[in-house]
Design a protein around this ligand. Structure first.
Ligand code: GLU
Length: 481
């Protein structure tokens, strides 16, 4: 066998095929979502296919719920894929068949080491500081020497000399001396395939041309390359993307906050904002920050993937989300804000409330960073009477202020046109007739109508609430003189 095992461009594949291959761990991780996005954009940019493979061979962790959580996350993010989803666990027989084929071709062998022998070997290797944990003692040994009570595993007869090289599309050339790699197990004693075997067989059978994934898999790529070469299969090209780090530059962990995509949805981020944000985590196009899906598709390629880890930046995410909220249709924002309003323990919003929200959206959306903000700012519009007052609002609504509201109310009741201009003219005229500054009536109005001392412009608020709700709220908090 040739000593140097070099990964060249995949040959024999016409079009680009990428895949996202998550192990279902209970949610779609932010790093996984970025991997999926990059794979999808790369494939679609090149007119190829993006496929999904669920690596569900770990029976304990791969529950239907864990798989559903991944699919849910992908579909919420709008990352659809081509063809049928491949479930790795359903392909065990095919994986085993490849191990047996390598055995028949003399490229793999039965190893009869007992667990105790292996443990001793490992310990010794560690003590001597050797990377290779298995010494290859069954490579050329006759099976007749085996202990009858040990069921054999199948190991790859990996090259002993030279090096295994990967021309990684992100990392550049990376090589490992073959001396460092021991003969990996392909099939366990109980006949189940190992992860390494499954990945390679699946990538080959799915026609994957580009393996784009986190650089925590870079070391696996060496063994996978050995396996591709042993099978005489076209090698895919590898692109190992630096992992995402926390804002402090440390590896992402729980203390950096939400690890799962669903948590971002629950916090009120829009899928398009998260897509744009994830795209910029490790990839750039000049100084562009706001990148539409169409631009992403046009511009994305692997040459602009950076070699150092991207850092999470929540302020950036908030800014992008604010942008996409402002770009959204009002009707869509109403629908998206509703679950957040419900979650805040508000009474279910009725159709009158929805109409009010739709009228309010133009005024609310310029200020919101998240749907949660939006719902928080909109809550008073749909609150049931009598609305509750903040301590500051309570203070503003003094007896004097209440009496003023009571004098203003009939004038508002007689107003023919209920729009911001008419309302402003009427309230200004009222302030003049009372000999007070506008603020002295505007603040009590705000307190009585919104329950707080800060809100959108008061005439906008009155316009959105409508005449009868405005008058009803005023009567809840005004005092007849
Ligand atoms: N299943 C692996 C993971 O979730 C990815 C394997 C691969 O992309 O080759 O980390």
């Amino acid at each position: 066998m040739a000593a140097d095992t070099r990964a060249g461009p995949a040959t024999g594949h016409g079009k680009v095929v990428t895949r996202f291959a998550p192990s279902p761990t209970g949610f779609l991780h932010i790093g996984g979502a970025r991997t999926a996005l990059f794979n999808r954009l790369f494939a679609r940019h090149h007119g190829g296919q993006f496929r999904l493979r669920i690596e569900d061979t770990d029976r304990k962790r791969s529950t239907p719920e864990a798989i559903a959580a991944i699919l849910d996350g992908l579909s919420w993010l709008g990352l659809d894929w081509d063809d049928e989803t491949v479930h790795q666990s359903e392909r065990r027989e095919r994986h085993a068949e490849v191990a047996r084929q390598l055995l028949a071709d003399g490229k793999a062998y039965h190893c009869y080491c007992s667990p105790e022998e292996l443990a001793d070997m490992r310990e010794q290797a560690r003590a001597e500081g050797r990377a290779k944990l298995y010494d290859g003692r069954w490579r050329d040994r006759d099976p007749s020497e085996a202990r009858p009570d040990v069921a054999p595993v199948i190991r790859l007869k990996a090259p002993l000399e030279g090096e295994t090289v990967i021309e990684d599309l992100v990392q550049g050339r990376v090589a490992v001396a073959n001396q460092q790699l021991d003969d990996m197990v392909l099939l366990r004693a109980d006949g189940t395939p190992t992860y390494m075997l499954s990945v390679v067989v699946d990538d080959h059978d799915m026609g994957v041309t580009h393996v784009i994934r986190g650089d925590d898999h870079l070391t696996n790529a060496f063994r996978q390359t050995q396996l591709f070469l042993a099978m005489d299969w076209a090698l895919p090209l590898f692109a190992h993307i630096p992992l995402i780090h926390g804002p402090d530059g440390a590896k992402l962990s729980k203390r950096h906050g939400a690890p799962g995509i669903a948590a971002y949805r629950d916090m009120g981020y829009l899928p398009e904002a998260l897509r744009n944000y994830l795209l910029r985590l490790g990839w750039s196009h000049g100084d562009e920050e706001i990148i539409s899906d169409a631009q992403a598709l046009q511009w994305f390629d692997l040459d602009a993937v950076g070699r150092s880890p991207a850092r999470l930046d929540f302020a950036k995410l908030d800014n992008l989300n604010g942008h996409y909220i402002r770009e959204s249709e009002d009707a869509r924002l109403v629908e998206l804000a509703l679950p957040h309003l419900d979650a805040e323990d508000n009474a279910p919003v009725d159709s009158e409330g929805r109409t009010r929200l739709a009228r309010a959206m133009a005024g609310l959306k310029p200020r919101a960073k998240t749907l949660k903000d939006l719902a928080g700012a909109a809550a008073f519009y749909v609150a049931k009477r009598p609305i509750s007052l903040s301590p500051k609002a309570r203070k503003i609504l003094s007896e004097e202020a209440g009496a003023r509201l009571a004098r203003l109310a009939p004038r508002l009741g007689e107003l023919g046109a209920w729009n911001e201009a008419a309302l402003e003219a009427e309230v200004r005229a009222f302030a003049e007739s009372e000999g007070i500054k506008l603020g002295l009536i505007a603040q009590p109005l705000r307190a009585a109508l919104t329950g707080s001392d800060a809100s959108p412009g008061i005439f906008e608020v009155m316009g959105v609430l409508g005449q009868s709700e405005t008058l009803a709220r005023l009567s809840d908090h005004s005092y007849a003189a």
